[in-house]
Every structure is written in C-alpha cells, then in structure tokens.
Design a protein around this ligand. Structure first.
Ligand code: UDP
Ligand code: MG
Length: 340
C-alpha cells in the first residue's frame, strides 16, 4: 500500500451480508481496471449480521488495498462515512453505498471529472431504481432544499460522489454530530460539478431507511444548513399579528355600528386551531435546532471504534518497498478507541 494512494473509496456497511460478496466481486476488478493506486475503507456501522466477519475475511484477502474500521455500535451512515474519511489517505475520496445501487464501474467517470479540475463531483441517477414514493418525496425535498439553502445538488440522495483531499480534510475538521456529507462537502467546494451515473436496484437485502429515518435525515439536511425555517417563523408571526390586529379593529368598529355578534363561533374555533397547529409546529422546529445545539455542546464522542484493520506502518513500509507477501495481522486497538 503506497503512502498516499490516488483514490480512496469509503463504503459504510450496515447489515449487508447478503450483498457484500457481490460487491467485492465487482468493486475490486473495477478499481484494478482504473490503473491507479487505490485503497478501500470499509466502515462497519455496528452490523448485527455476518458483515463484520466478511469484511475481516476480505481484509485478509486483499490487505494491500483494504482497510476496515469496525464501529462499536450503530452510529448511522453519515458518521460512518466521517470515520471512513478520517482513515483515508488518498488524494481523492469516493463514497459509495454497499448495496450495489451505485455501480462501482462509475468510479472511473468520477475520477475523470476530477482530472478535468473539479474538486467535488456530484451525481445524478439516470433511471432511478427506487419506489415511486421515494422518488416523489425526494424530489419535493430537493426542491425545498434548493430554495432555502445555498447548496445546489440536482440529486441529493445519491451517495456515489467524489471529493478532493482538501474537502475531506475540511470535513474531518468539522465536529458535527448530525450531518449530511454531500451537503457539508458542497459548502467547501470551489469547483463542483455533476455527472450522470447509472443506478441499480438493491442487489440484496433491504433498505436501512424507514420513513421515520428519511424524515429525520431531511430535518438534518434542512436545519443543519439553513436558518430559513426559523426566520420564516418570525415572518409568519408578524403576518399573523398584523392580520389579527386588523381583525380586532374590524370587530370593534362593527360592534359600534352593528352591535355585538355571537355567530361564526366555529369559524373562530377553526382559525384558533389552525393557529395552535402553527404554534406547535413552530415549537417543534425550535426543538430541532435546540436539540442540535444540545448534542453539540455535550461533546460526547460521535462514534466509538472497536478496531481498525490495517497493515501496521512498518509493514506498510515493507510492502511499499519489497511487496512483501506476509499476511499483516492488522492493528487492532485493544480498547474502544475514541475517535474524537
Ligand atoms: N448504512 C449504514 N448505517 C445505517 C444505515 C445505512 O452504514 O445506519 C449504509 C448501508 O449499509 C448502505 C448505505 O448506508 O451501504 C445506504 O443505505 P441503504 O441502501 O439502506 O439506503 P437507501 O439506498 O435505501 O437510501
Ligand atoms: Mg441503497
């Protein structure tokens, strides 16, 4: 393994035993075919199936280009990618899903775009293979995000992306707990571009994202990168206060001219409930931001690493020098290592 390979590939893995073999069979040949030095960093995000064991086996097979970060629990896809980033050394870093929805053969095209001088390569899925609900919901969220943040991505959901070393270093310097990597990276990009890539159905296993998780993820995306929702609330508040002021004035005048009124009680209820609804939503939204602040100020470790499988530095040196055939034992951190 050379000291800094040209390309690092980061792949989060959570309960993917059914598809990992197929992934290995396509990923390694695709990268070998590039003719560039590379490393693959798998991050096992606390899988409860055989994924971790399969990653260990794969590490034994290709220790020259494989590293494995084993988490102590499930910390989520984006933190897994963060941890992967901290263990990459490549000049360019590509992220990819483990379920083969992002064809590994496209990595070459991403790298080619970087050769043209871009430091951030986003992707747009041609013929997206997901349920109609997922497609429509994600299009609506995309549109909202375009409006209220300064982040421009045609297809925010696709994780097959490439980043320059500078961007990855900037992300590594961030201490965010709940984040959305492609958006965070975009804020650091100087010359971003997007290319179209293929998209396939999940090779095996099922999606790890329930509706609840998707909603949470989108809240992270919106509240993590924009204050517009909060600011909208003060605007709505001003609008409503002005409208009610006008209403009171009208009622007062009416009372003087026509006399008191008791009709329209339920209309009033209707309006009151509507306003209560808006207020509750506003409190919830405040909670989203306060919750983020709370998580940030606690400064707990964002994730815990159980072990990292990688050749020891001396072995790495030997390999670089004489292509030694020793099977590296891997450096396993004895206790949980705190990534912070
Ligand atoms: N993933 C993860 N931790 C999680 C959930 C997902 O590391 O808590 C990984 C998963 O193994 C896959 C990627 O993130 O490599 C994307 O997940 P999935 O394919 O389930 O999402 P979808 O394609 O449905 O958006
Ligand atoms: Mg998927």
């Amino acid at each position: 393994m050379s000291e800094s390979p040209e390309v690092s590939v980061v792949i989060p893995v959570y309960n993917e035993e059914a598809g990992l073999t197929a992934l290995f069979e396509r990923l390694y040949p695709a990268l070998d075919a590039l003719g560039r030095s590379y490393e693959i960093v798998f991050v096992n995000d606390g899988s409860r199936d055989r994924s971790a064991a399969m990653l260990r086996e794969q590490y034994q097979k290709r220790p020259d280009v494989t590293r494995v970060v084993l988490f102590n629990g499930n910390f989520g896809q984006h933190l897994a990618i963060m941890a992967g980033f901290e263990h990459t050394r490549g000049r360019r870093v590509v992220t990819l899903d483990a379920d083969l929805q992002n064809p590994p053969e496209e990595i070459g095209n991403l790298i080619a775009a970087m050769d043209r001088g871009h430091d951030y390569v986003g992707t747009i899925r041609k013929m997206r293979q997901d349920t109609a609900f997922r497609r429509h919901a994600s299009r609506a969220m995309n549109r909202l995000r375009e409006r209220i943040t300064r982040i421009h991505m045609t297809d925010q959901g696709c994780m097959l992306r490439a980043y320059s070393r500078d961007i990855v270093d900037a992300i590594n310097a961030c201490r965010e707990v709940n984040t959305f990597i492609p958006a965070l990276a975009f804020t650091f990009a100087q010359n971003p571009t997007e290319i179209a890539v293929g998209h396939e159905e999940r090779a095996a296993g099922e999606s790890k994202y329930s509706l609840y998780h998707l909603i949470r993820l989108n809240f992270d995306l919106v509240t993590g990168f924009s204050l517009v929702p909060l600011q909208m609330f003060s605007l709505i508040g001003i609008g409503i206060s002005l409208a009610s002021l006008a209403f009171v004035v009208v009622l007062a005048i009416r009372r003087l001219i026509v006399g008191p009124e008791a009709e329209g009680l339920f209309t009033l209820f209707g309006i009151a409930f509507f306003l209560i609804g808006i207020t509750l939503f506003g409190i919830g939204l405040l909670g989203e931001y306060v919750g983020r602040i709370y998580q940030q100020v606690r400064q707990r470790p964002r994730y815990l690493i159980q072990a990292v499988l990688e050749p020891r530095p001396d072995e790495r040196f030997r390999e670089a020098g004489h292509r030694s055939t020793d099977t590296p034992t891997g450096t396993e951190a004895p206790a949980a290592r705190n990534a912070e």
